[in-house]
Design a protein around this ligand. Structure first.
Ligand code: ATP
Length: 448
């Protein structure tokens, strides 16, 4: 890897400031001082994240005939989490500094003998287990029988429904079940903006395969498919890596595992994990529930437990990746010859919250405004559009910062000769295009 790729091109402060300034992401409950580990997506951020999720859903579900969609409840029977191992084993080790009383994740400490906050030596308590599942209570009685958990992953909703789904969808392995939904983890040290939060969305694919020796091949096919997905939506290949887990790093039942990692401004961080999980999950639910979740193969008249290939991607982390990866700052010269810094988000057109902005060059000219508005209205069914008016330099600057690939400007010449100016975000090139051929011109550039 060359050094240029490892040098942060942008700081998280710049990303956070842009996200707030342009309405991508806000701190949750800001007027009350915020809540650590929780964020809200503003008007543009909500669309950005939706586009990321749609891109995943399209590729994973809609473009395949062997994957079906699913949407399970966030709160499930507490025994689900007993079977999955989350009640007994889903924890981080915590230590407290006896002097400053601050709490740390044991595995995050650079020096296990010295407090990073107050500098005290040998001041830590013994490590204690802290379960990451968020607890809640069902019904009016606050007793242990009413304790329930907010799901820490969406996958278990799929496993417990495996039989319902394959029977009603008339699928046989190899086939997959996919869902996107909220998950919750009581992270001890949330941080790096929306990278590590306590409420987040996951996109999970559970792909069930017969035990016929092709499981590792299918695992590789999914890894390639996910690789192509990131490439298709423009994530720079030199900032993405597929880290192959060693046997020691994998759970004992897994034959293979890959962490997909992105080079964030603070270093590599996991976006997704792709795992061969053997029959572990279905076996665990069969053992605790006593229900038979095996697949019945009509041809051989035999029951078997399919092997599971899982892809689990964080949608907040992927959305953050799109923001960081698209971010660019470049020196440009304004019409008066003054050098300015241009901040531009080079989003893929499918991901960009606004795809085409339409401007009227002047605010107070009804002819121009009307014409521009009607063009924008006509484009709306095919594209995500935005209408604006006023100072053209400011308008371009704003659209660059929110990553709009194309801007269409209506000016006095439009009224005379029926042409409009189309300006391209990345090259800043401008071209005059007849209004009659505008739709085709835009379609050629960004599709629809
Ligand atoms: P980490 O090691 O970063 O805590 P993990 O290995 O526990 O992550 P998984 O259990 O494999 O994560 O979850 C799958 C995906 O869900 C992760 O790759 C990530 O994208 C997302 N995810 C997990 N925890 C969080 C979180 N606290 N905030 C945002 N996304 C998360």
């Amino acid at each position: 890897m060359d050094m240029a790729a490892t040098e942060p091109r942008v700081t998280m402060d710049e990303i956070t400031a842009l996200a707030k300034r342009r309405g991508f992401i806000f701190q949750s409950s800001e007027i009350y001082g915020g809540l650590n580990g929780f964020y809200d997506y503003g008007p543009l951020g909500a669309i950005l994240k939706r586009n990321v999720k749609n891109a995943w859903w399209r590729d994973t579900v809609e473009l395949r005939d062997d994957v079906v969609g699913f949407d399970s409840s966030i709160i499930m029977h507490p025994l689900t989490w007993k079977a999955s191992g989350h009640i007994d084993a889903f924890h981080d080790k915590l230590v407290d500094c006896r002097v400053c009383k601050h709490r740390f994740r044991f595995d995050h400490l650079k020096d296990p003998n010295q407090c990073p906050d107050c500098g005290s030596k040998q001041s830590f308590t013994e490590p204690r287990n802290f379960n990451l599942m968020m607890k809640t209570q069902i019904g009016p009685m606050e007793d242990s029988a009413s304790t329930a958990y907010l799901r820490p992953e969406t996958a278990q909703g799929i496993f417990v429904n495996f039989k319902n789904v394959y029977q009603t969808a008339r699928k046989r392995p190899p086939f997959g079940i996919a869902q996107i939904g909220k998950s919750f983890r009581n992270e001890i040290t949330p941080g790096n903006f929306t990278y590590r939060v306590r409420e987040f969305e996951q996109a999970e694919l559970e792909y069930f395969v017969p035990d016929d020796g092709k499981d590792l091949e299918i695992f590789r096919e999914w890894v390639d498919r996910r690789k192509n997905w990131y490439a298709q939506y423009g994530v720079k290949p030199d900032r993405l890596r597929f880290y192959e887990l060693t046997e020691k790093e994998r759970p004992h039942y897994a034959k293979a595992g890959i962490d997909v990692e992105y080079l964030f401004p603070w270093g590599w961080g996991e976006l997704e994990s792709i795992a061969h999980r053997g029959t572990y999950d279905l076996d665990a639910h069969m053992a605790l529930s006593g229900k038979d979740l095996r697949f019945f193969d009509e041809a051989s008249k035999a029951h078997y437990t399919p092997i599971l290939i899982e892809s689990s991607a964080g949608m907040d982390r992927t959305t953050l990746t799109m923001l960081v990866d698209a971010y660019d700052r470049e020196r440009s010269t304004d019409p008066n010859g003054k050098a300015t810094d241009r901040v531009v988000l080079r989003f893929h057109p499918y991901i960009a919250p606004v795809q085409i902005a339409v401007f009227s060059l002047a605010r107070n000219k009804p002819d121009l405004v009307e014409r521009a508005r009607s063009i924008e209205m006509a484009l709306r069914p095919s594209y995500r559009t935005q209408y604006d008016e006023g100072n053209i330099g400011q308008l371009y600057r704003r659209q660059d910062e929110i990553g709009t690939p194309l801007c269409v400007t209506i000016d006095y010449d439009t009224l005379e000769d029926g042409t409009v100016t189309v300006r391209e975000r990345d090259s800043m090139k401008q071209e005059r295009v007849p209004q009659s051929g505008l739709e085709r011109y835009l379609h050629e550039r960004i599709g629809a």
